[in-house]
Design a protein around this ligand. Structure first.
Ligand SMILES: [Zn+2]
Length: 224
């Protein structure tokens, strides 16, 4: 398989509530490279009857089955061969297993692996502070509080915590996140490709830090 050298082959990692999707979109817009989220890609292919993987993926998803490494690998490999990936791409949600890491090594030259780093306690605070009303208006007890505690500013309905947002559920999600991602992050760390960005700051600042790293790195490559 041919591996062309592209300047922006990027992977983005981040725990739940790290704003990973937002950062991926900002980066994609800045460098005019596609943001390839495996979640979106699965739904896109499933809906595209011309795609030869559509039926296979629809069968799995509709039956609540897991999509195999092999299938995800094939899907990503076909996606990054498209014309819009000539300068690079941002992978989000991939690689997720060591099999996927190995496969990606064979088809790409990953330049940067960014991790939006946030302490578990901060994530728990971010998620467990979320409040919503029955009409779906969203608030946060610290970051976007309502005027009256427990009452929605928009519709005056009572606010509640969603089942998934309780500290116990968040801890479960974080445990799974670490179990799956830490070995992969260690691997990229050993390859000197891992760049940790402080995610416990404003979205705009997280983005600026990421861009600064990329610009400085590109400058140093040009000056070599
Ligand atoms: Zn409301």
């Amino acid at each position: 398989m041919s591996k062309n050298n592209k300047p922006f082959e990027i992977i983005l990692f981040g725990p739940p509530a790290s704003g990973k999707g937002t950062q991926a979109k900002l980066l994609a817009d800045t460098f005019t490279i596609p943001h390839i989220s495996t979640g979106h890609l699965l739904r896109e292919i499933k809906a595209d009857s011309d795609n030869h993987l559509a039926k296979q993926i629809a069968d799995l998803i509709d039956n609540g089955r897991l999509v195999s490494d092999e299938l995800v690998n094939q899907m990503v490999s076909e996606r990054i061969k498209k014309d819009d990936c000539q300068v690079g791409y941002i992978l989000d949600g991939f690689p997720r297993t060591e099999e996927q890491v190995k496969f990606l090594d064979g088809i790409s030259n990953i330049d940067y692996v960014f991790l939006i780093e946030i302490k578990d306690e901060v994530i728990i605070e971010r998620i467990s502070g979320r409040r919503t009303c029955k009409n779906g208006h969203s608030w946060h007890i610290k970051y976007s509080p309502t005027k009256v505690d427990g009452i929605c500013d928009v519709c005056s309905e009572a606010l509640y915590v969603r089942d998934d947002d309780t500290p116990e559920k968040i801890k479960d999600r974080l445990e799974i996140y670490h179990k799956n991602n830490d070995p992969i992050l260690n691997y990229y760390q050993e390859q000197n490709k891992l760049i940790k960005v402080n995610g416990d700051q404003h979205i705009e600042k997280v983005f600026q830090d990421t861009i600064k790293y990329l610009v400085d790195d590109l400058r140093s490559k040009i000056n070599l």
